[in-house]
Design a protein around this ligand. Structure first.
Ligand code: F6P
Length: 323
């Protein structure tokens, strides 16, 4: 398999750390004498030929930048055969033999489709939701978690002064990894995630009563967006108990900001590994974490995997909130 010209793109929701990852792909490619093109606006850029040649200088001063310098999009057209054929024509026209796609499940589905036309593809997990089954870590999760933690710590100050209850909605789409992690880090009174059926009386009201019995006068309820809306939960709390909760939806704030050291280093390693995989003759792989290190998994296999909230996190939360 010959690798002469690599295209790199970011697709789906942006995640802090995508820039260091792109930088690592570009620099590793150049280090090995391989040319690199940036494809802008995700798979749409491959359809329309919206590309830019990248050299080592074009990714200078990006390691600390949030967002993605390549822009991103969720491409409907690329999900069609016609869109994919247009993308393949762009690859042929530009001489791109390989594509490295940074994003989530939707991005990898796109990569798998492209591979059927003979293009080499490697996926790198980048999403604040951390919901890619083949990996424990996705680029951006650490920064998003730390942003949410910082915001909730601020909320706690005012909740404490006013002896209030706060219901905070955290992103995560259909997954609760971010909410669970943030809830543990912030000492939440209760954490609601979509992976666990909610018994409102037991999981929320009883936890608040317990905390109150133990002398606490402020209560932090963290809810993953996939488990329900913070506004609804607050309303239910108000109806069930003598509290008037305040609602905070952290929203897209969680997607921004300078990537943490962990996201920068992991993104750099993953970008490097993606190029090394191609040069070793591998294709159709997703770079992922494994037992403290990194490995790679077949894309189709990765897309059929499932994962769940770690039982240990559930157990620890129960011990922290059940006293
Ligand atoms: O997948 C990342 C994510 O931020 C999810 O947590 C959230 O549900 C979704 O994207 C929001 O998408 P958009 O940026 O289109 O509003």
């Amino acid at each position: 398999m010959s690798v002469k010209r690599i295209g790199v793109l970011t697709s789906g929701g942006d995640a802090p750390g995508m820039n260091p990852c792109v930088r690592a792909v570009v620099r590793t490619a150049i280090y090995h004498g391989v040319e690199c093109f940036g494809i802008r606006r995700g798979w749409n850029g491959l359809i329309t030929g919206d590309v830019v040649r990248l050299d080592e200088k074009s990714v200078a001063h990006t390691i600390n930048r949030g967002g993605t310098i390549l822009y991103t999009a969720r491409s409907k057209e690329f999900m069609t055969e016609e869109g994919q054929r247009k993308a393949v024509s762009t690859c042929k026209f530009l001489g791109l033999d390989s594509i490295i796609a940074i994003g989530g499940d939707g991005t990898f589905r796109g990569a798998l489709a492209l591979s059927k036309y003979g293009i080499n593809v490697i996926g790198i997990p980048g999403t604040i939701d951390n919901d890619i089954s083949c990996t424990n870590y996705c680029i951006g999760f650490d920064t998003a978690a730390n942003t949410a933690i910082e915001c909730i710590d601020k909320l706690r100050d005012t909740m404490q002064s006013h002896e209030r209850c706060s219901v905070v909605e955290v992103m995560g789409r259909n997954a609760g990894y971010l909410a669970m992690y943030v809830g543990l880090a912030c000492g939440a009174t209760a954490v609601l995630v979509p992976e666990k059926p909610i018994d409102f009386e037991q999981d929320v009201i009883e936890k608040i009563r317990q905390a109150r019995f133990n002398g606490f006068t402020h209560y932090m309820i963290v809810v993953a967006e996939g488990a329900g809306s913070a506004a609804d939960i607050a309303k239910q709390i108000k109806e069930a108990i003598d509290l008037d909760p305040r609602v905070t939806v952290l929203g897209h704030i969680q997607r921004g900001g300078s990537p943490t050291g962990r996201d920068r280093v992991n993104a750099t390693k993953m970008g490097y590994l993606a190029v090394e995989l191609l040069l070793a003759g591998k294709t159709n792989r997703i770079v992922c974490t494994h037992e403290g290190g990194f490995t790679d998994v077949d894309i189709a296999e990765a897309l059929s995997m499932t994962k769940n909230i770690q039982q240990m996190e559930v157990d620890v939360l129960a011990a922290m909130t059940g006293i």
